[in-house]
Design a protein around this ligand. Structure first.
Ligand SMILES: Cc1cc2nc3c(=O)[nH]c(=O)nc-3n(C[C@H](O)[C@H](O)[C@H](O)COP(=O)(O)O)c2cc1C
Length: 187
C-alpha cells in the first residue's frame, strides 16, 4: 500500500513534516509513505490558467494523488484555519469539476502546532475540504501541541497515548485503502 504524505508547511524545519516522518515509521507492515515535496511549486489557482493547460507541478500533484492508495496530510494551523498554499493545492486537485483526483480515495489528517491545541481547527476544516472533494475521510484526529518541545532527530517524539492515536488512524487509513483496492478488483 502506498500512502501519499503531504506536509502543509513549506518551511525547511517544519514541525508538521517532522510529524509526517513519525507517521511514516508507524505505518502498518506492507505500507510505505511517499512524500509530495513540491507544494511550493503549485501556482495560485486560476481558472484561466487551468483552461490554458495543466501547470507542471499541478500535474505532478494530481498524478501523485491518483497513484496513491491513500493520502495522509499533516497540517499546520494558520489563524485557526488551513494554510493558504495547502488549500490552494487541494483546489487544483479537485478540478476539473466532477473529476477530483481524490474521488473515492481514503484520506486522513493529522497536525501539530507550537501552541497547546495542536492545529485542531485546521484539521477539522481540512477534513471538511477533503470530504467535499470526494475523499473518504477518516474522522479521527491527532492534535499534537507544543511541538517544538517534542522535536528529536527531525521527527516528533509523541506521548504513548498520541502514538496509540496515530497508529489507530494509520490502521484505519490502510484498512480503508484495502477495501477500496478489493472493490476495484471486483469492479
Ligand atoms: C501566519 C501564521 C498563523 C498562525 N496561526 C496559528 C493558529 O491559529 N493556531 C496555532 O496553533 N498556531 C498558529 N501559528 C503557529 C504555528 O503553529 C507554528 O508556526 C507551526 O510551527 C507551523 O507549522 P510548521 O512548523 O509545520 O511550519 C501560526 C503561524 C503562522 C506563521
Amino acid at each position: 500500500m502506498r500512502v501519499l504524505g503531504i506536509s502543509g508547511s513549506l518551511r525547511q524545519g517544519s514541525l508538521n513534516s517532522a510529524l509526517l516522518r513519525t507517521a511514516a515509521e508507524r505505518l502498518p507492515a506492507g505500507a510505505e509513505l511517499v512524500e509530495f515535496e513540491r507544494l511550493g511549486d503549485v501556482l495560485p489557482y486560476d481558472e484561466d490558467v487551468e483552461l490554458a493547460g495543466t501547470p507542471e507541478a499541478v500535474g505532478a500533484l494530481r498524478k501523485a494523488v491518483r497513484g496513491a492508495d491513500a493520502v495522509l496530510i499533516a497540517t499546520p494551523e494558520y489563524n485557526s484555519s488551513i494554510p493558504g498554499q495547502l488549500k490552494n493545492a487541494l483546489d487544483w486537485v479537485s478540478r476539473p469539476a466532477g473529476k477530483s483526483a481524490l474521488n473515492g480515495k481514503p484520506a486522513a489528517v493529522i497536525g501539530t502546532s507550537t501552541g497547546m491545541f495542536g492545529a485542531v481547527w485546521a484539521q477539522a476544516e481540512l477534513r471538511k475540504v477533503l470530504g467535499a472533494m470526494g475523499g473518504r475521510v477518516i474522522e479521527a484526529e491527532l492534535a499534537v501541541g507544543h511541538a517544538k518541545e517534542l522535536l528529536a532527530d527531525d521527527r516528533l517524539e509523541l506521548s504513548p497515548r498520541q502514538y496509540e492515536q496515530l497508529e489507530e488512524i494509520l490502521a484505519e487509513l490502510i484498512s480503508q485503502a484495502e477495501i477500496e483496492a478489493e472493490l476495484a478488483v471486483a469492479a
